[in-house]
Design a protein around this ligand. Structure first.
Ligand code: ADP
Length: 581
């Protein structure tokens, strides 16, 4: 744009400068014409006056005319038809015969001579001659020597600037006007485009290298009447100073424009690349897990993209956090499950061991009565004749072991039923007095036999229990028979019951052998017997307490033991009252 504008401005200035110079030259040319026309008119008028005046009167008139046009008219003279000067305003008239102008004037035409240097003043002058007539006959010639210094002053009025040069040449290229007067008619200018053109009678304007080798803008004007060429030259630097200024300004503007464009390009590219760079870093951060929201600096498409990216990144991070939490929870869950599995496995192993132990214990326990039965049966079989008492004893032994075996198998079945949760419990309202009586009745015979007193310490009024009556009698039977079994003859067993706020406590106390402290915890294990020798002596399978404690546990309670060796033991448990439900 700047360049196009420069081109247009430059062309406009160029045209304007050219036109101005051409117009100024033309105007000067016209001024020369006017000045010369005035001179011609002067001479015609003077010729007319001279035709009709006496010499004396003419002299006077011409003197005043000369004064009026000071410095213009150097001499007026009259020549007769024979070529002799018959009148002159100067004292020293020259013979005009040799002058070429005589011929034209004698033929009746106004004549203007070439510029020549005055023989008297050595200054440039022209001679104008005009015929004088009387009755259409040429009687003489009126002539005037005209100084053209005044014309020069008009020409010098043209503004040609500092570096300008203005000159007139004749049709031979000889200088007939120049500001350096001494060059007039002493110099011929041929090597100049404008001079050549003007000699060819052309008018115009153009750029060229002048006779001094300078780059100039020149204008030339041909004056055909006098065969003069007017040349006006101006150095191009000065003539086109505005264009040079324009060039400089254009260069400055262009540089400034380029600078601005580069600056704007940098700013725009930065504004585009920076958010893209931030987006790239943000994306990398998102991948590495170090995402920070990208600041949105613009509201353009990139700004919108950044906002969408931030939102998406936050959503992704949110999803990631949730997933991480879920994975953590799942891991924890898995760990727990794993631990549970390990525990279950250990439990299974324990159970497996217990099962193996149980089986070996059961087999061992079963073997004992079986081998006793077998021994008795073999003995009976081997003897043909036998003492009836021995035979009876043997048979009793078989019956006793069969009973023992039966009890043992029943106990094992009961226990495994309870432990497998397959034993049914029927909870009902139970009167403690009633079951206590029933249980004591079961063991009364044995107590009498061993001389052991059985006492009841049960208040008359006692709230009923919530329990499975039959199972509860089994428990009481077990605890009472143990008490009898492990109490010395003459001892005492007490079945007691007392009511507390929320429960009823039932206790079986004996004055028997008691239990060593380190064995108390084991007496509830299956087949455990604190004193293994007592088994044979007293009987029992070692399952009674296991079965009893399983029944009480099913009631939501526990059997507690307090015992002192050789002093006796107390077994007690607490059951819920019926009314509290
Ligand atoms: P059993 O009586 O058939 O041996 P139990 O399971 O009923 O089996 O009892 C286990 C063991 O606990 C007994 O062998 C005995 O050593 C001990 N025990 C139980 N009751 C008493 C008691 N009242 N006094 C002393 N020891 C007892």
């Amino acid at each position: 744009m700047v360049y196009v504008s420069y081109e247009h401005s430059q062309a406009a200035i160029h045209n304007s400068v050219n036109t101005n110079l051409l117009v100024a030259t033309e105007n000067t040319g016209k001024a020369i014409d006017n000045w010369m026309d005035a001179r011609k008119d002067d001479l015609r008028i003077i010729s007319y006056i001279a035709e009709n005046s006496e010499n004396e009167k003419l002299q006077k008139y011409l003197n005043s005319f000369q004064n009026e046009h000071e410095g213009v008219y150097l001499e007026f003279f009259i020549i007769d038809a024979g070529g002799n000067i018959i009148f002159s305003t100067l004292n020293n008239p020259s013979n005009a015969l040799k002058e070429p102008f005589l011929k034209d004037a004698l033929e009746g035409r106004l004549f203007i001579s070439d510029v020549s240097l005055s023989s008297t003043t050595n200054l440039p002058e022209i001679i104008i001659t005009n015929p004088m007539r009387k009755n259409d006959t040429i009687t003489g010639i009126m002539g005037a020597r005209v100084s053209i210094e005044n014309l020069y002053m008009i020409i010098e009025g043209i503004d040609i600037g500092r570096s300008g040069e203005i000159f007139l040449v004749n049709n031979k290229g000889e200088l007939i006007f120049h500001k350096d007067r001494f060059r007039i008619l002493h110099e011929k200018i041929n090597n100049n485009f404008a001079v050549k053109e003007v000699i060819y009678e052309k008018r115009g304007v153009g750029d060229y290298i002048n006779y001094k080798g300078e780059n100039v803008l020149g204008s030339y004007y041909w004056l055909p009447l006098y065969r003069w060429g007017l040349v006006v030259e101006q150095k191009r630097d000065e003539a086109y100073a505005d264009i040079i200024t324009l060039e400089k300004e254009t260069a400055v503007i262009s540089i400034f424009a380029v600078f601005c464009v580069v600056l704007v390009a940098i700013v725009i590219s930065k504004r585009i690349t920076e958010p893209i760079e931030s987006l790239k870093n943000g994306a990398a951060g998102l991948v590495n897990g170090h995402f920070k929201p990208i600041s949105v600096s613009s509201k353009n498409e990139i700004g919108e993209l950044t906002e969408i990216f931030n939102q998406t990144a936050e959503e992704l991070l949110d999803i990631r956090k949730k997933l991480e939490t879920k994975i953590k929870l799942a891991n924890k869950d898995l760990e727990e499950k794993n631990k549970e599995l390990i525990r279950a496995n250990e439990e299974l192993k324990k159970l497996d061991n217990l099962k193996s132990d149980f089986i070996s214990l059961v087999s061992h326990e079963l073997k004992t009565p079986l081998s006793a039965i077998r021994t008795s049966a073999e003995f009976l079989e081997s003897e043909d004749t036998m003492d009836p008492d021995v035979e009876k004893e043997m048979l009793n032994n078989v019956i006793m072991n069969v009973d023992r075996l039966t009890r043992l198998i029943n106990d094992i079945l009961d226990l495994s039923k309870i432990e497998a949760g397959k034993m049914e419990f029927h909870y009902e309202k139970v009167n403690v007095q009633e079951i206590a009586k029933a249980a004591i009745e079961n063991i009364r015979y044995l107590a009498l036999k061993n001389n052991i007193a059985i006492n009841r310490e049960i208040p008359e009024y006692l709230s009923p229990l919530l329990a499975d009556k039959d199972k509860l009698i089994i428990v009481l039977n077990n605890l009472l028979s143990n008490a009898l079994k492990f109490t010395y003859n003459g001892g005492e067993v007490v079945l007691s019951a007392k009511e507390e706020k929320n429960y009823i406590e039932i206790g079986i106390k004996d004055t028997g052998i008691g239990i060593e402290k380190d064995k108390v915890a084991k007496i509830f294990d299956k087949f455990y017997q604190a004193d293994s020798t007592s088994r044979r002596k007293i009987g029992g399978s070692g399952l009674g307490l296991s079965i009893s404690s399983a029944i009480i546990r099913a009631h939501g309670s526990e059997i507690y033991v307090e015992s002192e060796p050789r002093k006796g033991s107390l077994f007690y448990f607490r059951l819920k009252k019926f009314e509290t439900i």
